[in-house]
Ligand binder design. Sequence first.
Ligand code: SF4
Length: 64
Amino acid sequence: MKIHLDTEKCQGHGRCYSLAPDLFDCDDLGTAVVVIAGELNDEQLAKAKLAAGNCPEFAITIGD
Ligand code: SF4
């Protein structure tokens, strides 16, 4: 499983990089950036799900 981020939807609320700073950072405009490439381990998957569930714009999805 991998993180997919729709930067068109992201409004820079910052919840993802506050909740999961190992997985997300932000650019100069506050838009989220995924900082991990490839398959998620179990711990990372749990954090990714937490971030996805707290994104008010539904910009984060997890899938293949
Ligand atoms: S929580 Fe969602 S809207 Fe907010 S910065 Fe992260 S991806 Fe963007």
